[in-house]
Design a protein around this ligand. Structure first.
Ligand code: PBG
Length: 337
């Protein structure tokens, strides 16, 4: 592209195209669409249960019946999908409840697919919520310290994904960051006859402080140490591309970058490099910060949520996973621009 300006007073005046809402719409490069929004839901056993999450106003741990009403609300508003996280009744060192046939996620998937067949149901595939130690893989003592062992964890992750597919999940979304998990899940799904079930992989997932409120919501904080031996270093962008390339080679159908707003450069590079369907996860603290400032009257919550979504879209995200999905879908219908 040649950016040189002709001699003399510039004849270009960008404001010509900003004169009216209709003109601005005419040249708008990025559109927001509710059918690319995904709403995360936290489910746990019970009936009529809506347990608030302190750091995430208007987000709740829900029993399956309440998850259904929340999902129905999202569906009516035009939201494409829900992403399910389970809080089990019992945790152990093998994450047994993660792949139990009648586990909380498996039950909820069956209920949602029966009652709302048009809504896409995605399941988060991870072990941390189901492990007594809160890590995303199996923990073993090795060389005098506790290690999160990779390959043994793959079997449990594959089993978990398989049980979600059997319950009727439309997509499975591994978020554990073990090496080779997309391949292991793909092979297992194919063996079970689910070769048509796509994998949305948390491909570039960073070890981020922005997950703080989520760990209260999912009761999944690690009991010792942190997740830096498996999630990515926030300083690395080239490595994110390698992670995405690996997941695509292993069979990922959609790739995700997480968190979103602080990692727009990664979203942009991933989309430019691979051109794959790309998802961005606007994580818990991204939500909490906007809610907190909004409640204080310091910012316009609605405008900030909408602008953030637009920024993710402009960076290259097709799909946006956000706790504000239902409101965003509703606001979209109201805005005149
Ligand atoms: C599970 C998982 C986490 C999130 C999604 N899946 C937490 C973590 O890795 O500690 C974070 C989502 C959010 O903060 O909204 N591994």
């Amino acid at each position: 592209m040649n950016w040189t300006v002709p001699n003399g007073f510039p004849t270009q005046r960008p404001r010509r195209l900003r004169k009216s809402p209709a003109l601005r719409k005419l040249v708008c490069e990025n559109q927001l669409r509710a059918h690319q929004l995904v709403l995360p839901l936290f489910v746990r056993a019970g009936k009529k249960l809506r347990r608030p999450i302190t750091a995430m106003p208007d987000v709740f741990q829900l029993s399956p019946d309440e998850a259904l009403s929340e999902a129905a609300r999202a569906y009516r508003a035009g939201v494409a999908a829900v992403l399910l996280f389970g809080i089990p009744e019992r945790k152990d060192t093998k994450a047994t409840a993660a792949y139990a046939r009648n586990g909380i996620v498996q039950q909820t998937v069956r209920l949602l697919k029966k009652e709302l067949p048009g809504l896409i149901v995605i399941t988060d595939v991870c072990l941390c919520e189901y492990m007594s130690h809160g890590h995303c893989g199996i923990v073993e003592a090795r060389h005098g310290s506790a290690q999160i062992v990779n390959d043994a964890s793959l079997k449990l992750l594959a089993r978990t994904a398989g049980s979600h597919a059997e319950a009727g999940a439309d997509l499975v979304a591994p978020s554990d960051m073990m090496d080779g998990r997309v391949g292991a899940i793909r092979t297992h799904l194919d063996q079970l006859g689910f070769s048509d079930t796509p994998i949305l992989s948390y491909a570039a997932k960073f070890a981020s402080a922005f997950y703080g409120p989520f760990r209260e919501a999912a009761e999944s904080a690690p009991k010792f140490g942190d997740r830096r031996s498996y999630q990515m270093d926030p300083g690395n962008a080239r490595e994110a591309l390698r992670e995405v390339a690996l997941d695509i080679q292993e069979g990922a159908d959609i790739v995700m970058v997480k968190p979103a707003l602080a990692y727009l450069d990664i979203i942009h590079r991933v989309k430019a490099e691979f051109g794959y369907p790309t998802a961005a996860y606007a994580v818990s603290a991204e939500y909490s910060m906007v809610k907190a400032a909004g409640r204080n009257g310091w910012i316009d919550e609605r405008a900030v949520f909408l602008e953030s979504w637009l920024a993710m879209r402009r960076a290259g995200a097709d799909i946006v996973i956000t706790y504000a999905a239902v409101n965003l879908a509703k606001w979209l219908k109201e805005i005149p621009n």
